[in-house]
Design a protein around this ligand. Structure first.
Ligand code: ADP
Length: 469
């Protein structure tokens, strides 16, 4: 394909070149002839005057000698086209060829009239028969008062030797262009086609799950190297997602297993030991209920995420009191304050209305506050604020934990991402929380983000639109 294209391209160039070459040669030739004729015409004319002044009478001989010297045809004609000099008998075959002086003199006189030329002033024009003509009216040569004209012409026909020179140059060029186009096609194929074929093969391997492929080759050109780098980047991302997906399955399976083990253990305990003791039975049954709840919320998280991110779940937007709603969510964390010594410092401006999907935003707030609880520092303090800011409502939740490293800041929003240390947390975590937050807020087109200082803590924020109540 590449070779054919180049061959056609080369052929087109050669054709175009030979065509334009022909035109250029003809044009230049014509201009040269016109220039030369103008010059030699002028010279012959002034030589003729000198010849006459010197008393020369053999005008025929004079003209024939000029004809040979300047490679032109020179005549002196009468007004009716009769040839005055040289004698008709003296004309060489080259000179006498196709001589129709009657017609020629008409054209010459017409040109002189058009140019408004006085006696002695010359005109230069292209004749219909394909020759250039230099002509002028002369002071009388024949009988007294008779009009005479100097008529000098030169054929425009390009000599065969010039044309064959052009032709052989064109053939030479054709050969050169062909060789060049083959060389270019070869090197392009080496530079582009081969690496791309290689990359296609590697991409196939990648699609089959081989993350060890390297798209970079040894001697790729810079564009291909850039493509290879992009593909390598895609490979890294794919392998990361693949790894995370596997980790998620491991995490989720582990998280499913723990409550299930607990449920089984406590159920056995009730059956075998505590069945008869109402107090103990009550406690053990409560553990079973709590663990079942944990399982349920885990399953819900996984379902939520797949539902929201697949776009099947439509947003049910409504205007509602975000202040009241935030307090409601905070109440759910009340048990942590009561039983585990957490402090919630709240600064909630009342009656701030927004337009959003309340249930989904509830998930967002629950996840963000839950994370702050999970990751806050020794002082177990979490600050939650909701404030009016211009046309927006700014929700923020801050903790005093160890913060998030700069290089991790972008990844925490990714699905399946989970910090390396899975220490014990008061609120369940699946590594899906922030990914759910991100998906929900992006669907709402709300701005959100995090500011974090390692060792000081993090602040997650969301900007809600403010609507009149
Ligand atoms: P997880 O269930 O692990 O909390 P998330 O998606 O909610 O999952 O959070 C992803 C990761 O982001 C966490 O594992 C943690 O490393 C980091 N992260 C989230 N919130 C905080 C926070 N308030 N402080 C420090 N790190 C956080």
């Amino acid at each position: 394909m590449l070779w054919t294209t180049f061959l056609l391209f080369a052929l087109a160039i050669v054709l175009l070149f030979s065509f334009s070459q022909n035109r250029v040669v003809r044009q230049t030739y014509k201009e040269t002839i016109a220039r030369e004729l103008a010059k030699s015409g002028k010279e012959i004319q002034s030589e003729l005057v000198l010849f006459e002044q010197a008393g020369g009478r053999d005008y025929g001989g004079f003209l024939i000698s000029r004809t040979q010297k300047y490679d032109v045809r020179a005549f002196i004609l009468k007004a009716d086209g009769t040839l005055l000099f040289p004698n008709l008998d003296d004309l060489t075959p080259a000179l006498s060829k196709d001589v129709d002086f009657a017609e020629k003199i008409v054209r010459l006189k017409e040109s002189l009239r058009k140019a408004d030329a006085e006696t002695g002033t010359a005109v230069l024009y292209e004749d219909r028969s394909g020759e250039y003509v230099y002509g002028a009216r002369l002071p009388s040569f024949g009988e007294e008062g008779e009009e005479t004209y100097l008529y000098i012409s030169r054929s425009l026909k390009i000599s065969e030797s010039i044309l064959s020179g052009v032709r052989s140059r064109t053939v030479l060029l054709a050969v050169f262009v062909m060789i060049l186009s083959f060389a270019v096609a070869g090197s392009i194929s080496g530079m582009l086609v081969k690496p791309i074929a290689e990359m296609t093969e590697k991409a196939g391997a990648l699609a089959r799950g081989d993350f060890s492929v390297d798209f970079r080759g040894t001697d790729y050109g810079s564009e291909v190297t850039a493509l290879a780098d992009t593909l390598n980047y895609a490979r890294d991302e794919l392998s990361k997602t693949d790894r995370m997906q596997k980790e998620l399955i491991a995490n989720v399976s582990h998280d499913f297993k723990t409550p299930l083990t607990m449920i089984k253990a406590y159920a056995s305990m009730i059956k075998e030991i505590s069945g008869g003791n109402p107090e103990k039975r009550e406690k053990h049954a409560q553990v079973i209920i709590d663990e079942a709840d944990r399982l349920a919320s885990l399953v819900n998280d996984v379902l939520d995420l797949s539902k929201i991110s697949s776009g099947l779940d439509v947003l049910k937007l409504e205007d509602y009191d975000l202040s009241a709603y935030t307090l409601e969510v905070l109440e759910k964390f009340g048990y942590l304050a009561d039983t585990q010594g957490y402090h919630f410092q709240t600064d909630i401006e009342s009656e701030l209305f927004t337009r959003a999907d309340p249930a989904k935003i509830g998930q967002v707030l629950y996840n963000l506050i839950g994370n702050a609880v999970n990751y806050t520092g020794e002082d177990k303090t979490v600050r939650v604020a909701l404030k009016k800011e211009g046309e927006k409502i700014l929700f923020s939740v801050s903790d005093s934990g160890k913060g998030i490293k700069k290089e991790e800041l972008a990844s925490i929003w990714e699905r399946y991402y989970r910090s390396a240390d899975a220490h014990k947390r008061p609120v369940k975590g699946t590594g899906l929380g922030l990914s759910i937050v991100k998906t929900i807020l992006e669907r709402h087109r709300f701005r959100f983000g995090v500011e974090s200082e390692v060792g000081e803590g993090s602040t997650f924020y969301v900007l809600f639109p403010l609507v009149g109540n």
